[in-house]
Design a protein around this ligand. Structure first.
Ligand code: AOF
Ligand code: ZN
Length: 360
């Protein structure tokens, strides 16, 4: 199963919004075939493993990271293909949360006399598909807020300089993450200050760019901004409100940007509405990279699933130097956003603390 989980990861950046799935076929102590879900709309992992197998499958066991499907989707049901293959035992890491499947795949296998063992490395499998699980159940992207600060809690100096707070290794990790998510989001302040590309630049030139989303309630974004002028397959989406004048919207559209107008009562972009729209666009995962105002809004509206907080051992001071989460803040510690399942990693001298937001 560990091998199946490992090969499933090969599909990262390619299968969204479908799950990452791996399958390994074992006979005695030998792996005789394996396969994974390689690209969106392509054959499922189980089918690829069966296709790669040229031995008799009696006495063989299939290890698969997600319950085999039972539905006619883009491809016929894997559960039926497994039945036809002659395999008599299937080991499954996790049940498929997709309401179209949700146990039906396992039922098909059992009815045909196949022995099914479930729950093997289940936590690892759930972590591997945390984007898919949120998206398929809530029709909204899994939201990660990533921040990078100095040891004294700043994300830029008093003059606004922030290049670079974290080291090369940490930054490479973030580019790899950008390759894994379907979209990346920043506030207009970040575009005005840093003029980022928001692309995934992996060292080997690999990497599918995520869609770029700018939250910009009055569409202040200059037409010369890099995100509006880059050559990339991914879309640039400007999320704005009814306060934006239509001529600016037209010129942004002429630049190739897609516009999402959220209804508003506060003058700000309604993040919950925006996330539903992104879900409708099949965006299963979203990386929010600041600034402090957008980060606060995302926490304050209960829309964050996971936090990645880089801390670099530098001290820069400055009462006015900005911090990772700003906005109006909260009054009582009791109302703080709390994280759970904390993990700590080191990238040379930088530290990454990650955790999941406890739902309130
Ligand atoms: C995959 N790859 O290896 C497995 C999946 O859109 P479809 O028709 O390809 O079906 C997607 C659903 O099939 C997916 O949501 C999940 O429930 C199930 N299993 N999907 O894309 C795979 N095993
Ligand atoms: Zn399938």
């Amino acid at each position: 199963m560990r091998r199946a989980l490992d090969i499933a990861k090969e599909g990262r950046g390619q299968v969204s919004p479908n799950p990452l799935v791996g399958a390994v076929i074992v006979k005695g102590n030998r792996i005789i075939a394996e396969g994974y879900h390689e690209y969106y709309g392509g054959p499922h992992a189980e089918i690829n493993a069966l296709k790669n197998c040229h031995e008799n499958l009696e006495d063989a066991v299939m290890y698969v990271t997600l319950e085999p499907c039972s539905h006619y989707g883009k491809t016929p049901p894997c559960a039926e293909a497994i039945v036809e293959s002659g395999i008599k035992q299937v080991v499954v890491a996790m049940k498929d949360p997709n309401p179209l499947v949700a146990g039906k795949g396992i039922t098909i296998l059992k009815k045909k006399g196949i022995e099914v063992i479930t729950g093997v490395l289940e936590n690892e499998a759930k972590k591997l598909n945390e984007f898919f699980i949120k998206y398929i159940l809530e029709k909204k992207p899994f939201v990660i807020v990533k921040t990078a600060m100095t040891l004294d809690g700043k994300i830029a100096t008093v003059s606004g300089d922030s290049k670079w707070i974290t080291n090369k290794l940490s930054r490479a990790y973030v580019h790899d993450l950008r390759n894994q998510v379907a979209a990346i989001m920043v506030g207009i302040g970040t575009v005005l200050n840093d003029d980022p590309f928001l692309t995934s630049r992996l060292p080997d030139g690999r990497g599918a760019d995520p869609h770029r989303i700018v939250v910009d309630s009055t569409a202040q974004i200059p037409l010369s901004a890099k995100v509006l002028n880059i050559d990339s397959k991914a879309k640039t989406i400007i999320a704005t409100t009814e306060h934006t004048d239509s001529s600016k919207i037209s010129s942004l559209k002429a630049k190739g940007a897609e516009i999402i107008v959220t209804p508003n009562t506060t003058g700000k972009v309604d993040l919950s509405y925006l996330l539903s729209k992104l879900g409708e666009m099949k965006i299963d995962s979203l990386l929010i990279e600041g600034g402090g105002q957008l980060n606060f809004s995302a926490f304050n509206t209960n829309n964050v699933d996971k936090v990645l907080s880089f801390i670099s051992p530098k001290i820069i001071g400055g009462k006015k130097a900005i911090t990772p989460v700003a906005g109006q803040g909260i009054e009582c510690i009791n109302n703080a956003v709390n994280l759970t399942d904390i993990d700590i990693e080191r990238f040379q001298d930088d530290i990454l603390i990650s955790g999941y937001v406890k739902k309130r």
